[in-house]
Design a protein around this ligand. Structure first.
Ligand code: PLP
Length: 368
């Protein structure tokens, strides 16, 4: 009989800093679908898959790291946690803090977080403060609170978060039987690109497990990591932090990524790159995913797909390869973008009378 997925910590306990005695805080995260992207595969001549992270409990990949961070917080005897967030980290922290019985404070940049994410943090009872500043300012304050006050920091500068997030790579290799040739993903604070690279590297060599001895290599290779930032918030492309990051893709509106060095290492060791895509390219990819693949994501999540389409147009995507793109968060987080047409106007539903003949005519149907 198929077993119920137990969350990333129990599924990958051998490869995470936990023991049998660890009290695991989980909402059943991970085990997300790896969806064959038919139209992107046709476009590129490669086999393209989407790792659909919007299917996590709070609708983004942040849950993979949060189960580890909250488990570590409980282990450390914390009573309260704090995070800075562009939205999804706060939604995830609030939910997992509730599961752990901890108080949760979240710092978000004023006016720059989507309604869906804001409502999640409130629903789960977090204390939410809107800081007069951007995400980088929020993270500064959260770090200082973690250092000097009795609160536990659950941002991805906490190594437990990266540990949890590396399981995304494990699931992909487990599903495909080997690592893909190319892994594509959006880059904001750069925790996720660092985590995936860590996961792929650990799966490609024997691993010294703290609890299970030496585990054999699972994959024969590692992928090239292709990261994409929003053009208005692309510090890796500029080569230095950006003080006024700006993009409609709020999840990646970050000018001073916390995981700078590990992201550069992921890029260089894997033989990949980090490039930028414009907001228009992001919105086109967002529309491509919902209209052609049947996968609804939030705008920031489409940056990787936008990047693949851009690189394909430039003749830089090889055919005959296996490519995985992480789409990071659910479309319902920030649904208003779906109601915006290509010319920028708002989609309005057509109103019809309560009458089958008129409805059929409106649908262009003729009686059979
Ligand atoms: C957090 C987030 C990102 C960026 O991930 P980083 O680890 O900060 O690079 C991208 N998309 C979504 C939906 C996110 O929530």
């Amino acid at each position: 009989m198929a077993h119920q997925w137990r969350g990333v910590i129990r599924e990958y306990a051998d490869r995470l800093p936990v023991t049998e005695a660890t009290k695991v805080i989980t909402l059943g995260e991970g085990g997300t679908p790896l969806v064959h992207a038919q139209k992107l595969s046709e476009l590129t001549g490669s086999t393209v898959y989407l790792k659909v992270e919007g299917m996590n409990p709070t609708g983004s990949f942040k849950d993979r790291g949060m189960t580890m961070a909250m488990t570590a917080a409980v282990e450390a005897g914390a009573k309260a946690v704090v995070c800075a967030s562009t939205g999804n980290t706060s939604a995830s922290a609030a939910a997992y803090a509730t599961a752990a019985g901890l108080k949760c404070a979240v710092l978000v940049p004023e006016g720059k977080i989507s309604m869906g994410k804001l409502s999640q943090a409130i629903a789960h009872g977090a204390t939410l403060l809107q800081v007069d500043g951007n995400f980088d300012n929020c993270l500064d304050i959260a770090r200082k609170l973690g250092e000097s006050y009795p609160v536990f920091l659950v941002n991805s500068v906490n190594p437990a978060r990266i540990q949890g997030q590396k399981t995304g790579a494990f699931e992909i290799v487990d599903a495909l039987g080997d690592a893909p040739d190319i892994h594509v993903l959006p880059v904001g604070n750069a925790g996720n690109i660092s985590a995936y690279w860590k996961g792929y590297k650990e799966y490609s060599a024997p691993f010294e497990s703290a609890t299970a001895g030496t585990l054999p290599a699972v994959s024969t290779k590692t992928p090239a990591m292709w990261g994409f930032q929003a053009a208005g918030a692309a510090p890796f492309v500029a080569g230095h932090p950006i003080t006024e990051p700006d993009t409609i893709a709020t999840a990646i509106r970050i000018g001073n990524p916390a995981s700078w060095d590990t992201a550069i290492a992921a890029r260089d060791e894997s033989g990949g790159f980090i490039d930028a895509v414009t907001d228009e390219e992001i919105l086109d990819a967002h529309r491509w995913l919902s209209a052609k693949e049947g996968v609804f994501v939030e705008p920031g999540s489409a940056a990787g797909v936008a990047g693949l389409i851009k690189k394909h147009a430039a003749g830089e995507v090889p055919s005959g390869k296996t490519i995985v793109i992480t789409v990071t968060g659910h479309g319902l987080k920030d649904p208003q973008w779906a109601l915006r047409t290509e010319d920028g106007s708002e989609v309005q539903p057509v109103k019809v009378p309560n009458d089958v003949v008129t409805v059929a005519a409106e649908l262009g149907l003729e009686e059979s």
